[in-house]
Design a protein around this ligand. Structure first.
Ligand SMILES: Nc1ncnc2c1ncn2[C@@H]1O[C@H](COP(=O)(O)OP(=O)(O)OP(=O)(O)O)[C@@H](O)[C@H]1O
Ligand SMILES: O=P(O)(O)OC[C@H]1O[C@](O)(CO)[C@@H](O)[C@@H]1O
Ligand SMILES: [Mg+2]
Length: 358
């Protein structure tokens, strides 16, 4: 009998999700002759017993397949809700929809929820990692991260010219609630002068001294500072904050602190890139990862494997048990990582060596 495969996208959207859906539908249909259905809005679709038939040619526009380069997810996604209060109904939804297997595409939070559900429901389940935060462990690549890095680098290129024209300090706040991979990699690739990430403590004094050195030693009158949204207040904060998270946003907080520290001698502007980082056309790299992961996930299910996540390791796509992945996620930036050392070797301020948060 023809197998029925479900697919869902969960957590914050990112570029490349539609490319995975396309790969899964194509491979499952062409190679295994399975029927594929999309579950809308992640676990909510299972709860509400909704399934959308997906056909490889169903979305063609005069033969053009838009899924490969379309941002977002045609299935919709959720990143909030009391999902775990409805475990039994969601688990039963898989069976009510007569699924033989399910592929879930998500970040660490989604995969933790889906893993709990698949264990309880004894589902045939394979996960595919996606997140612009790049904090899912056991895999060197995740869907969405490369496009987000490119989006930020594009913004840094633009901001550099306007900063240089006005001798300004530009503070660029990027996403990353707990992990600083996005800030670190885009900051290095985009030529930032300082990169502040949640994993490494910093001081306002340290940033000020760095700006002074840029000016006095190199004649640089502008600077670009990349700050991850999850960065906490400075170790030497001049204010007496009631929490580690300033209500004005971390970028504005650092701008205010730098202004005070330099006696208002520098002209500072803040750009919060926000959800621009999540949207957009997936890069070639994200399309490639999405396609390879989609194909591999279908093959794993065809080979009777379950409770696995597809992962990119040493140039290969392999399977890693979901439990192993979740035991070490979220995967944060190691303060001794070679990219941190690389940044420092190039004279970028990445916080204080000796003080670590936590
Ligand atoms: N089915 C769901 N129901 C409710 N909340 C969910 C569901 N799936 C994911 N979430 C929540 O959404 C948030 C983001 O999910 P996930 O980690 O998968 O995505 P992400 O791309 O890494 O985004 P984030 O940086 O927001 O974590 C997590 O807090 C997670 O608990
Ligand atoms: O969609 P929301 O709720 O604004 O989510 C924002 C969060 O999602 C992420 O973009 C990851 O997907 C985080 O970096 C960010 O904190
Ligand atoms: Mg996450």
């Amino acid at each position: 009998m023809q197998k029925r495969l479900g697919i869902l996208t969960s957590g914050g959207d990112c570029p490349g999700l539609n490319a995975v859906i396309r790969a899964v539908v194509s491979h499952a249909t062409l190679t295994y002759n399975w029927q594929v259905v999309g579950i809308p809005y992640a676990t909510r679709g299972l709860l509400e017993r909704k399934a959308i038939p997906l056909s490889i040619h169903g979305l063609d526009l005069r033969g053009i397949d838009p899924l490969l380069n379309m941002g977002g997810t045609i299935l919709g996604s959720i990143n909030k809700g009391d999902t775990l209060a409805h475990v039994e109904e969601i688990v039963a939804g898989y069976h009510a929809l007569e699924l033989d297997a399910l592929i879930g595409i998500g970040g660490d939070g989604s995969l933790a929820i889906l893993n709990q559900l698949q264990k309880q429901g004894n589902w045939n389940f394979v996960a595919i990692p996606k997140t612009i935060d790049c904090d899912v462990s056991s895999t060197e690549k995740v869907i969405g991260f490369d496009t987000a890095v490119n989006t930020i680098v594009d913004a840094l290129n633009r901001l550099t010219f306007t900063a240089a024209s006005h001798d300004r300090v530009m503070i660029v706040e990027v996403m990353g609630r707990t992990a600083g991979h996005l800030a670190l990699q885009s900051g290095i690739a985009g030529g930032a002068d300082a990169i502040l990430i949640p994993e490494i403590s910093y001081t306002i004094q340290g940033v000020c001294e760095h700006l002074a050195e840029l000016r006095d030693r190199w004649g640089r009158r502008f600077a670009i500072i990349v700050v991850a949204e999850g960065v906490q207040i400075a170790a030497d904060s001049s204010k007496e904050p009631s929490s580690q998270k300033p209500s004005c946003g971390i970028g504005q907080y650092i701008a205010d602190e730098l202004c005070s520290c330099t006696n208002h001698q520098i002209d500072i502007r803040v750009s919060v890139l926000g959800h621009i980082q999540r949207g957009g056309i997936p890069s070639a790299s994200d399309r490639l990862i999405a396609t390879a992961f989609g194909k591999a996930a279908v093959d794993l299910l065809a080979n009777g494997q379950s409770a696995q996540m597809v992962a990119w390791q040493n140039g290969q796509v392999i399977a890693v048990p979901l439990e192993t992945v979740l035991a070490s996620s979220p995967c944060l930036v190691n303060p001794n990582h070679f990219l941190v050392q690389t940044a420092r070797a190039l004279g970028i301020y990445v916080g204080e060596n000796s003080i670590l948060f936590g």
